[in-house]
Design a protein around this ligand. Structure first.
Ligand code: SF4
Length: 88
């Protein structure tokens, strides 16, 4: 049996959620996918509630991400909307 050391604060396979762009909980404390601008995007078939960053990184649509899942390191909150608009 393979046993791995669990290091406090370091994400591992228990933090993997299908469709997330990175480990659950690797983003800002207290924020969730439901607060993130990357959750939900449009494709030809209509709106998907998957992660747009997952799509960007993999080139594939992943499963829908949960609104209450803890945010990952690619979290982009609505407070960043103005900053991103200026970047475009
Ligand atoms: S926090 Fe944002 S970027 Fe990360 S998985 Fe959730 S929706 Fe995607």
């Amino acid at each position: 049996m393979l046993r791995m050391t669990k290091i406090k604060g370091v994400p591992d396979r228990a933090n993997i959620k299908p469709g997330m762009a990175h480990y659950e909980g690797s983003g800002p404390t207290g924020r969730t996918c439901g607060d993130c601008q990357h959750r939900g995007y449009m494709v030809e078939e209509g709106r998907r509630y998957g992660c747009a960053m997952f799509y960007k990184l993999t080139g594939k649509s992943g499963p829908a991400v949960g609104r209450y899942w803890r945010a990952c390191k690619y979290f982009l909150g609505t407070e960043h909307a103005e900053t991103d608009a200026r970047r475009d």
